[in-house]
Design a protein around this ligand. Structure first.
Ligand SMILES: [Zn+2]
Ligand SMILES: [Zn+2]
Length: 279
């Protein structure tokens, strides 16, 4: 994948690159939303909410999906195209021998650095968007109270730009001391994007084992983020839960609620709670 992306970059133009990245995102969006719908059916006995969607919800979500793909697609293409010339991005050359930065270790470093940077950055951006002056940029995502296979990238334009910066952060930081493995960056993007879409479906396919504190450090069940949509506060993390745990923004009843969902008893009210912190 690394070599294929590098040779495409060498032969293309900026408009063609922007179009290609956006088209690839749209294709991923269609495929993963479809997988999300299938997962929702396959795991329907583990529904998170037995609460109706808001009128017109799917329509506004799909509209925002298209906008997200265009904003992130063009931003990422611009970074790929102009970043190296501006000194922002150092892309590893393909087949350049042992020091070219395209082997397995550089790939792992690129993936891990991008993962950590995004998790930390997203918590901070998300927490900031829940302050009074910035909430207007995040409201679109929260118009979905009960989430669907189309909620993940249903955001405002400004929030989509914030995500684009988050995807770029790790590679740009990495470029200050080494080269970026394009294939690993693309793989991280695939993990983030697909996980975000499937992580918003209204069915929790994560087994009870995943709600024990150790296991949820890196990946949390769907119920975890579903509670953020219902309650608006706490659970600002993206795919992991370590930032919430370290910074004290984790609800203390989510594991029991996840157990309940996995027992086949969906939550019947968005105000569902067991032992909310401070309550
Ligand atoms: Zn969400
Ligand atoms: Zn939020």
């Amino acid at each position: 994948m690394h070599d294929a992306i590098s040779s495409f970059l060498a032969q293309t133009s900026f408009p063609a690159l922007a179009l290609a990245v956006t088209a690839a995102m749209l294709a991923l969006n269609v495929v993963w939303s479809a997988i999300g719908l299938v997962a929702e059916r396959a795991f329907s006995r583990y529904r998170v909410w037995d609460v109706a969607l808001r009128p017109g919800q799917i329509r506004w979500e799909i509209l925002a999906n298209l906008r997200f793909d265009a904003v992130v697609g063009v931003f990422t293409a611009a970074l790929l195209w102009y970043g190296p010339g501006l000194g922002l991005l150092r892309i590893a050359e393909p087949d350049g021998g042992a020091r070219d930065g395209s082997g397995l270790l550089p790939a792992v470093v690129t993936f891990v650095v991008t993962w950590v940077c995004f998790e930390v950055y997203y918590w901070a951006m998300h927490r900031a968007m829940h302050t009074k002056p910035l909430y207007r940029f995040h409201r679109w995502h929260h118009d979905s109270r009960v989430t669907t296979a189309f909620t993940g990238v249903s955001t405002s334009t400004v929030e989509a730009l914030g995500w684009a910066v988050g995807f770029a952060l790790g590679p740009v930081l990495l470029s200050t001391f080494t080269t970026v493995h394009l294939g690993a960056w693309a793989l991280y993007f695939l993990y983030n994007y697909s996980g975000n879409i499937v992580g918003h479906v209204n069915a929790d396919f994560f087994p009870k084992l995943m709600n024990r504190r150790g296991q949820s450090w890196m990946v949390h069940p769907i119920t975890y983020h579903a509670l953020h949509h219902a309650r608006f506060v706490n659970h600002y993390s993206f795919g992991s839960s370590f930032m919430d745990r370290l910074l004290g923004t984790e609800w203390d009843d989510w594991q029991q609620l996840h157990d309940r969902v996995r027992d086949g008893k969906p939550m019947t009210s968005l105000a569902q709670n067991l032992r909310q912190r401070g309550a």
